[in-house]
Design a protein around this ligand. Structure first.
Ligand code: NAD
Length: 252
C-alpha cells in the first residue's frame, strides 16, 4: 500500500478479465489509494468484470465504437462521480483475419475498424474526458512495439499503434493547456484475450520473453506500476511520451 494517488478518482477503460493489462493498472492504482471507476464494452464483459469488482456502482458501459455510447457513458460518469483525475485507455481491436499473414491482404473495412477502435478512440476519450478532468490530470494509453517493427501477424494493429502513438503526441500538445498530460506505455507482450487474436501468438509471446533481460515476461502488475507513476504528480514533467515497460525487449 502507498499513498501516491490518495484522493484521486481514475477511470480505467478496458478490463476484460483478471489477465487484462487494465486490471493490472487498476490494481496498482487502488494500491496507491485511488478510487477506480471502470467502463466495460458490453453485457458479456460486464459479467466478467463483475467477478472482479463487487461494487456495481463503479461499472459503466462504454463501447468506444459509437459516439452515442461514449456520450451516454461520460454523462453518466459526470453525474455519478463528478470530476476525475485520470483516464487509462487500454482498448484495442482488430478482426482476427487481419492479424494473420501478409498485410497487403488487409481489407478496407478491417483497416478502418482497427484504426477506429484502437487509435481514434483515444481522441474521442480525450474529447469527452476534457469535460470532466481536473487540472492537473493524466491520460495513459497502452501501445506495443509492433508500432515500430514489423512483428509477424501483428500487421494492421501495428499500424494502428503507430497512429495511436502519434495521437498521444498531438493530444499532449493540445490538452496541455487544460492541465491534462497524455502519455503511452509500450508494454511487453503478455498473454491476454487481445493477444490470442494474433495468429501464432504463442510464438510472439515466447520470442518476446526470450528477449527480456532476465528471461521473464513483464507482468500486468509491473505495467500497472508504471501507470500509477504516470497518473501521479511525480510524473508532471512527463508529457507526450511513450515509455517502454517491457523488461528490455525493445533493446535487443
Ligand atoms: P484485453 O483483451 O484484456 O483488453 C482489451 C480490451 O479492449 C477489452 O476489455 C475489450 O473489451 C476492450 N475493447 C475492445 N473493443 C472495444 C470497444 N469497441 N469498446 C470498448 N472496449 C473495447 O487485452 P490487453 O492485452 O489487456 O489489451 C489492453 C491494451 O493493451 C490494448 O490496447 C493492447 O493493444 C495493449 N497492449 C497489449 C499487449 C499484450 O501483449 N497483451 C502489449 C502491449 C500493449
Amino acid at each position: 500500500m502507498g499513498s501516491l494517488l490518495e484522493g484521486k478518482k481514475i477511470l480505467v477503460m478496458g478490463v476484460a478479465n483478471k489477465r487484462s493489462i487494465a486490471w493490472g493498472c487498476a490494481s496498482q492504482l487502488k494500491k496507491q489509494g485511488a478510487t477506480v471507476i471502470y467502463t466495460y464494452q458490453n453485457e458479456r464483459m460486464k459479467k466478467s468484470i463483475k467477478k472482479l469488482v463487487d461494487n456495481e456502482d463503479l461499472l459503466i458501459e462504454c463501447d468506444v465504437a459509437t459516439d452515442e455510447s461514449m456520450d451516454k457513458a461520460f454523462s453518466e460518469i459526470k453525474e455519478r462521480f463528478g470530476k476525475l483525475d485520470g483516464i487509462v485507455h487500454a482498448i484495442a481491436f482488430a478482426n482476427k483475419e487481419e492479424l494473420d499473414g501478409d498485410i497487403q491482404n488487409t481489407s478496407r473495412d478491417g483497416y478502418a475498424m482497427a484504426q477506429n477502435i484502437s487509435s481514434y478512440s483515444l481522441l474521442a476519450v480525450a474529447r469527452y474526458g476534457k469535460e470532466i478532468l481536473n487540472d492537473p490530470a493524466s491520460i495513459v494509453t497502452l501501445t506495443y512495439f509492433g508500432s515500430e517493427r514489423a512483428i509477424p501477424n501483428y500487421n494492421v494493429m501495428g499500424v494502428a499503434k503507430a497512429a495511436l502513438e502519434a495521437n498521444v503526441r498531438y493530444l499532449a500538445r493540445d490538452m496541455g493547456q487544460y492541465g491534462v498530460r497524455v502519455n503511452a506505455i509500450s508494454a511487453g507482450a503478455v498473454k491476454t484475450l487481445a493477444v490470442t487474436g494474433v495468429k501464432d501468438h504463442s510464438t510472439l509471446l515466447s520470442e518476446s520473453e526470450s528477449r527480456t533481460v532476465d528471461g521473464n515476461s513483464v507482468t500486468t502488475d509491473e505495467i500497472g506500476g508504471a501507470c500509477a507513476f504516470l497518473m501521479s504528480d511525480l510524473a508532471t514533467g512527463v508529457v507526450g511520451d511513450t515509455i517502454y515497460v517491457d523488461k528490455g525487449v525493445h533493446l535487443i
